[in-house]
Design a protein around this ligand. Structure first.
Ligand code: DAH
Length: 345
């Protein structure tokens, strides 16, 4: 019996000194296996019970069991303590200051041309027009002939055209007016449409002109449409676009597809008419072309000019955007320089 007491005492002190060394939860797991595992000393003592006589066995058994419980509870306590310390250490490392400002994500934005185009389209939808899109690549007929440009009409020289090499009659549209011709083919009066889109001209690229740009075309055909309707619509549209008090001026002009044709100016939005760099000291800004649809155009579209009449107008979006934001070089729109683009939120 004395020897079992000794063995138990020795085992305990070995265990306790090992326990002191354990600095990590992993060490403790190992310690537990070493002392309490199937091949450990406690198990070995249990096996020795077989050799005891029946009076000693319960007492010895209890002593061994008590030791087992004691070691187990040491292990569990230390394990819990170490795990907590380890968690605290980890949390300290992963420390996060929730009061720091967040990292801003880089938000995209619409191109200034798209923004102005959308605004123009929104206003006109609000006035009862619906959007019709036409092809960028079109035939000579839709771009010129259907719009009363005769084959040898000098007016064709007004617009330098990109012809597609393979087929002479295919071209990149020079204006969105081609949508008028498509609309008359596909719709019956009353027709009340707008056509936003891209146009192309074979011109030298400079601060003021580019080989491609955007226009919005407007086209209204019905019975009894008069000049008064055109003026009223343009005045309403331009005041919604540029402000209640904008002043308009209508000057005679020439486009083959309208008769009479007009150039519409607005009182300079920058100097209010007193003269500045933006309006080239004239006090006025040229903003769009318009007119009453030419009877020949209606006839080509199978619409009887004796019954129906209409007006049309077209405006350049690059030019408008340059006026609205005092932009001096049209090339800025296509350079994709973020320093420029980020100014338009
Ligand atoms: N298509 C003309 C251009 O590109 C603009 C224009 C003028 C359109 C008068 C019209 C109009 O519908 O009536 O210069």
């Amino acid at each position: 019996m004395a020897s079992l007491h000794e063995q138990i005492g020795e085992l305990r002190s070995h265990f306790l000194s090992d326990l002191k060394e354990a600095s990590h939860s992993k060490d403790l797991e190992n310690l537990k296996v070493k002392y309490l595992g199937k091949k450990g000393p406690i198990q070995a003592l249990m096996l020795e019970l077989k050799n005891c006589n029946s009076t000693e066995r319960p007492l010895f058994g209890k002593l061994i069991n008590d030791l087992k419980e004691e070691l187990l509870s040491h292990c569990d306590h230390s394990l819990a303590r170490l795990k907590q310390t380890e968690l605290n250490d980890r949390l300290k490392e992963e420390w996060l200051d929730a009061t720091l400002p967040g990292r801003a994500s880089h938000k995209g934005r619409l191109h200034p041309i798209t923004q102005v185009l959308n605004r123009v389209v929104d206003i006109l939808i609000g006035m009862g027009f619906s959007v019709q899109l036409g092809p960028d690549v079109d035939t000579d007929y839709y771009n010129f002939e259907g719009l009363n440009f005769a084959a040898d009409h000098p007016a064709r020289d007004m617009q330098d055209t990109f012809y597609l090499a393979e087929q002479e009659s295919l071209l990149l549209r020079t204006h969105t007016s081609n949508v008028q011709v498509h609309a008359m083919e596909n719709l019956a009066p009353p027709i009340r449409i707008i056509a936003p889109g891209r146009c192309f001209r074979n011109e030298d690229i400079s601060a003021r002109s580019h080989v491609f740009f955007h226009q919005v075309e407007g086209f209204y055909i019905d019975r009894n449409v008069t000049f008064a309707d055109l003026f009223a619509t343009m005045d309403e549209f331009l005041s919604k676009l540029l402000g209640e008090k904008v002043e308009t001026r209508y000057r005679p002009s020439y486009f083959p597809f309208v008769e009479p044709g007009l150039e519409v100016d607005v009182k300079c939005i920058s100097c209010k008419g007193s003269g500045c760099r933006i309006c080239k000291h004239t006090g006025w800004l040229e903003i769009l072309g318009a007119g009453m649809v030419h009877p020949n155009v209606l006839k080509k579209g199978n619409i009887d000019p004796e019954v129906y009449s209409g007006y049309a107008w077209g405006m350049g979006i690059e030019r408008l955007t340059m006026l609205l934001h005092d932009i001096k070089d049209i090339r800025l729109f296509t350079n994709n320089d973020l320093r420029f683009l980020e100014q338009f939120s």
